[in-house]
Structures are given as C-alpha cells and as structure tokens.
Design a protein around this ligand. Structure first.
Ligand code: PEP
Length: 251
C-alpha cells in the first residue's frame, strides 16, 4: 500500500466570518469520528479565523494554517503576517505560491522559495503551489512551466516532513474545469521525477503531491485514485463541511 498518507487540504481563500466556525467544528468532529485512520486533513482559513480554528482543533488532529506568509520573521511590513506569527497563532502549515498570490501580488519563484524557507524556520509545513496557465498548456509548455516553478520555488532541503507540493493548473482553479485523469497522472509523474532528480528517489517518494483545481465530491474519487496523487487542495468545495468531508471520504 501507498506509504504516503493522503492529505486533503481546504483553502478558504478570502471567505469566512466568525459565523463560519461551526462548519469547521463539524469537520473536526467527523475527523475524530472516524476519518482519522485514512487521511490527514488541513484547513487554511483567513488569518482572522486562524486562532479560533486552531483552538477548535487543538489536539483533534486536524491541522490548520495560513494562506500565505512573509519571508521575514518580523519587521516593518504593514499588512503582512510572518510564518512565526502563524505558528504562534496555533497553525502548523502555510500555503505558499498559490496562483492567486503569484498573479495578484506578483510573487516570483524566488519569493515563494523564501516563504517556504520561512515556513521551515518557523516549524510549519509549506504547501508549495505550482501550475501552468491555459495559454501555457495550449502552447505545450505545461511541463516546462511546472519544472521551472519547482526548481525556483522549492528549497534545497525540501523533504516530506515539511514540504508538500500542490499541482494546481491555473485554468482549473474555480472554473469547474479539470484535466483528465490521464493528464493529471502524467503531470504528477513528471513532478515526482523532477523531485527525484533534485532530492533523490527516496526523498521524492515520500513527498506528497496534491492535485488542486475544481475538486468536488463528484470527481474526487477518480482524481484521488490517480497515480501519484497524494491528496487534494480544495478551494470552493472546502467551505461546506459536507462537501469537504465527502472529498475526504473519497481519499
Ligand atoms: C485553490 O484555489 O486552491 C483551488 C483548488 O480552488 P477550487 O477548488 O475552488 O478550484
């Protein structure tokens, strides 16, 4: 059987108010009620809810994290949040390099790598996102783009204990479109071989590679059964506990 435990991660993006906390509490309850043996769960709420989610999950095994972090531990960076602050608020993980950060905030691979290194420094797991745009895929450049992003965004000491890779084709995020299972298998196999080339086969074998982009309860089973897919990074469908749990049960 697969040595890599499946990981289902929910990215709430800029959604969620205090009134949404019960959805998260339901996820924690269901996890404790039986999902635990088969799958790891992570939820990335907005920073405003991080402390309350961390408190609600304390000791329950559901991990929580930030959706981004600054590369520096502290300083004059108005509006930013450091990896150390996420850890201090009770988080265990952070997403770095999400395509919405790369696009909306002009983050480069070097920025993403610095953030992943900051996560390590603070004791957080970094979920490092890569993925091509529609134009890049249509131009036959998907592999080249992902290869370049991996090379630039992953720290030299990347290892399974503190790095998760998320393959998120930009054109699949929030669109209802997904690559075919064969296309996902091809890219995930490629990512695995890129990791092996840089970190060695043993380290590469242990690193989890998530698929992200329009994962829903009705397509989760096929996607999660695909070779080298070690879980999912779920946006929209993570906001409703029922949908998120249905995806976790498909893992
Ligand atoms: C995401 O943004 O990480 C994502 C996968 O979003 P969605 O599931 O809504 O496509």
């Amino acid at each position: 059987k697969d040595a890599r435990r499946k990981l289902i991660a929910g990215n709430w993006k800029m959604n969620g108010l205090a009134a949404s906390a019960p959805e998260f509490v339901r996820v924690v309850g269901a996890y404790q009620g039986g999902l635990k043996a088969d799958v790891d769960l992570m939820v990335f709420p907005p920073f405003t809810l991080l402390t309350s989610f961390a408190t609600a999950s304390r000791g329950a095994g559901v991990l929580v994290g930030g959706q981004d972090c600054h590369a520096k531990p502290a300083g004059a960076h108005t509006g930013d949040v450091s990896a150390e602050m996420i850890a201090d608020a009770g988080g265990q993980a952070v997403i770095v390099g999400h395509s919405e950060r790369r696009t909306d905030h002009g983050e480069t691979d070097a920025d993403v790598r610095a953030k992943a290194e900051a996560a390590r420094r603070a004791g957080l797991v970094a979920v490092i996102c890569v993925g091509e745009t529609k134009d890049e895929r249509e131009a036959g450049e998907a592999r080249a783009v992902v290869s370049r992003q991996l090379a630039g965004s992953l720290p030299d000491d990347a290892a399974a204990a503190h790095v998760v890779v998320a393959y998120e084709p930009v054109w699949a995020i929030g669109t209802g479109l997904t690559p075919t299972a064969a296309e996902i298998a091809e890219m995930h196999g490629f990512i695995r071989s890129e990791l092996a080339g840089r970190f060695g086969a043993e380290a590469a074998d242990a690193i989890r590679i998530l698929y992200g982009g329009s994962v829903k309860p009705d397509n989760a089973k096929e996607i999660l059964a695909t070779a080298n897919v070690d879980g999912a990074l779920v946006g929209g469908a993570s906001l409703k506990a029922d949908d998120f749990l249905a995806i976790a049960k498909a893992a």
